[in-house]
Write a protein that binds this ligand. Structure first.
Ligand code: SIN
Ligand code: MN
Length: 267
């Protein structure tokens, strides 16, 4: 799937692009079944929260080895619908995956993600340039009630804002200060709710400010994330590197796969 010039211009202006129902319900069923399988595992790649140990995030689904490896997620990561726009927007055929994750925000108990820029963490992983992108695939309908993502359009143009370490949820991360978020919202733009049917895709820049609220609905909200970097922008050594499942050291360029591969992965 190739992006048009006007889509590239829109991405450069807003820091994200949306594609309603880019993956079929049949493909989403395969990815959801795989997420359910992986969520049963007891492994460091499966992060849980709350008194009942609900899954918050699962990592490293795109590789060929390890307990969380999934042929279907690998197929999605290599799919032309994902990889071609990424190569275009990063202006580089040689890209790899910094990490994949599936965030399962459980009904009622699933917690929020504070306002942050992904590059807040990734720069501390040793990555020099904010030339990274994430592809989000909605595996359930994303609604405001069930804790959809919100984007602050244009924030990718602000550069990396000095982050603080947020420890308010089970998954601790480098977040943007309330002062910076409030100033941007008051002076420049309002958040956009990223709602849509299963199969919707959002591609967003690593400096785009984003967040999501609690899941107040009776149903779980599941979303898959594939985070891409240019091979030449791979991390340099840092003193205490995060584990491989969030800071991959597999810098082999990803090869283009087939659009049929998600469904074929079940055969
Ligand atoms: C993230 O920004 O990394 C996850 C947000 C979400 O799943 O709602
Ligand atoms: Mn994020």
């Amino acid at each position: 799937m190739k992006l048009t010039t006007s889509q590239i211009e829109q991405f450069n202006k807003d820091g994200y692009l949306l594609f309603p129902e880019l993956f079929s319900q049949e493909e989403i069923n395969v990815l959801k079944a795989e997420a359910d399988r992986v969520s049963q595992l007891e492994d460091q790649c499966v992060a849980r929260e709350g008194t009942t140990g609900q899954v918050k995030a699962m990592f490293r689904l795109h590789e060929t080895d390890g307990p969380t490896a999934s042929k279907a997620y690998r197929a999605a990561a290599h799919s032309p619908r994902v990889l071609e726009p990424i190569r275009q927007l990063l202006n580089d055929p040689d890209v790899y995956i910094h990490h994949t994750k599936v965030n399962m925000k459980a009904a009622i108990e699933g917690s929020a993600w504070p306002w942050h820029q992904d590059f807040g963490s990734w720069h501390l992983d040793g990555i020099a340039k904010p030339e990274m992108l994430t592809v989000m695939i909605a595996l359930d309908e994303a609604t405001e009630l069930n804790g959809c993502l919100y984007f602050l359009p244009g924030t990718h143009g602000e550069g990396r804002l000095n982050p603080y370490f947020d420890t308010s949820t089970a998954w601790k991360l480098w977040a943007v200060t309330p002062q910076d978020v409030k100033a941007y919202m008051k002076e420049k733009a309002q958040p956009i709710a990223i709602t849509g049917k299963p199969g919707m895709v959002a591609i967003f820049h690593c400096n785009l400010l984003h967040a999501s609220g609690h899941n107040l609905s009776p149903d779980d909200r599941t979303q898959a994330y594939f985070c891409f970097n240019r091979v030449t922008n791979r991390p340099t050594d840092v003193e205490k590197p995060r584990p491989d499942f969030v800071r991959s050291t597999n810098w082999v360029p990803i090869e283009l796969g087939s659009d049929a591969a998600i469904l074929e992965s079940t055969r």
